[in-house]
Design a protein around this ligand. Structure first.
Ligand code: CS2
Ligand code: MG
Length: 402
């Protein structure tokens, strides 16, 4: 029986910071797991290097479920983004190894294809409405069938989701950047640019919008109602999801579909949102919600309540997560849509991935495992740089949800 011989925690910053776990077995088979937690990367690197790696050596890499239970229940201190990202990295690496040992792409281990490809949405944004509309047109020309639209709110300064330059990267400063926020200005302006997108492009394109945790439940209800004529594919994170009850209030007022979960890390945090059908899409991810093993449990619970998947896929989730997500998305019955932001060229120099974009969909590699290889020599060229996500402050100076 092969055993785990080595667990390496690899930190690199090709375009942005990534933490990757590489497990090597006594048979020389390697597996990769994404361990990136944007703005708190080194916390996960230490959790893995100092607390998990010592207990992996000598264990059976084939016992994926047992390893998940061992790392989750054996830690005593359960859940939370650092713990669940570390557990996810081990889990994903073991699925990669299992695929390589079986000689099968991971989606074949998850039940095989349920669809021809994985529908994705990309990020269109603009400093004003004309530039947003041009960016939507650019993404449609690239073949996307679904686009998220975000525009800067006039007169308020840095707005969430507006790209500066080629790629959108919110964690861009060595200390947290403080960004102003005005709920009133946002509620007045955002519906107008979503209407402008529909006026220019019609209803054949799926249109998504990320509220990004900014509203109270009643404000989110007002926003959802205001954009009903836009027939959004979803409004995302309308209100901070610690208060799961708040979604009942939103549901009482609007039929605009709701997507939640990118910042949630276990089935227990989305349980009521799903079982009470307070959301329509669950956005939890391979990297932050305990890996393929746990995410599959969340998706299966969601399927019982006609909630579909809509996993987070920003550039701070590495190509390892994207590949694992595409394998899972291809197989699950209640797939909805996958977020896809193209990674920087430097990122792809480190992560050689066989994931392919074609005709608005992603397709997984057919080689055994996840289909991603890590280039150590390239990674050496990109040393870690401390980066923080911004902090939002209302115009009166008080902290708001970023
Ligand atoms: C966003 C992310 O992609 C999304 O839906 O919410 O850009 C999010 O802000 C970052 O992933 C945070 O690291
Ligand atoms: Mg989001």
């Amino acid at each position: 029986m092969a055993t785990i011989e080595r667990a390496e925690v690899l930190v690199t910053s090709p375009g942005r910071n990534f933490v990757t776990l590489r497990i090597t077995t006594s048979d020389g088979v390697t597996g990769l797991g994404d361990a990136t937690l944007n703005g708190r990367e080194l916390a996960v690197a230490s959790y893995l290097r100092d607390h998990v790696a010592p207990v992996l050596t000598g264990r059976d890499p084939a016992r994926v479920e047992d390893m998940w239970q061992y790392l989750y229940r054996g830690a005593y201190w359960r859940r939370g983004p650092v713990t669940m990202t570390a557990v996810a990295a081990v889990d994903t690496a073991l699925w990669d190894i299992k695929g390589k040992v079986a000689g099968l792409p991971v989606y074949q281990l998850l039940g095989g294809r349920s669809r021809n490809g994985v529908l994705v949405y990309s990020h269109a944004s603009g400093v004003d409405v004309p530039s947003l509309l041009d960016d939507v047109a650019r993404h449609l020309d690239l073949g996307y069938k679904a686009v998220r639209a975000q525009a800067a709110v006039p007169g308020v300064g840095g707005t969430y989701g507006v790209r500066k330059g080629k790629l959108y990267e919110p964690a861009a400063t060595s200390l947290p950047q403080e960004q102003p926020w005005s709920t009133e200005a946002y509620l007045d302006f955002a519906p107008t640019y979503l209407e402008a997108v529909r006026e220019r492009f019609g209803f054949d394109v799926h249109l998504l919008h990320d509220v990004h945790h900014r509203l109270t439940p009643i404000e989110a209800a007002r926003f959802g109602k205001a954009v009903e004529p836009c027939r959004l594919f979803w409004m995302e994170d309308p209100t901070p999801a610690e208060n799961q009850d708040g979604f009942r209030l939103i549901r009482q007022h609007t039929t605009t579909p709701i997507a939640v979960g990118e910042a949630l890390t276990s089935v227990w945090e989305v349980q009521h949102l799903i079982t009470e059908q307070l959301i329509d899409y669950v956005r939890t991810t391979v990297v932050h919600a305990g890996g393929i093993t746990h995410l599959r449990r969340i998706f299966d619970l969601a399927a019982l309540y006609q909630v579909r998947t809509g996993s987070h896929g920003a550039t701070d989730l590495s190509p390892v997560t994207l590949a694992a997500a595409v394998h899972l998305d291809l197989a699950v019955p209640n797939f909805g849509i996958q977020e896809y932001m193209e990674h920087a060229d430097e990122t792809m120099e480190v992560f050689h991935s066989g994931v392919r974009f074609e005709d608005g969909m992603l397709h997984p590699p057919e080689e055994p495992g996840l289909g991603v290889e890590y280039d150590d020599a390239a990674a050496e060229r990109f040393p870690y740089q401390r980066r923080y996500l911004p902090v939002a402050r209302r115009l009166d100076g008080s902290v708001h949800d970023w």
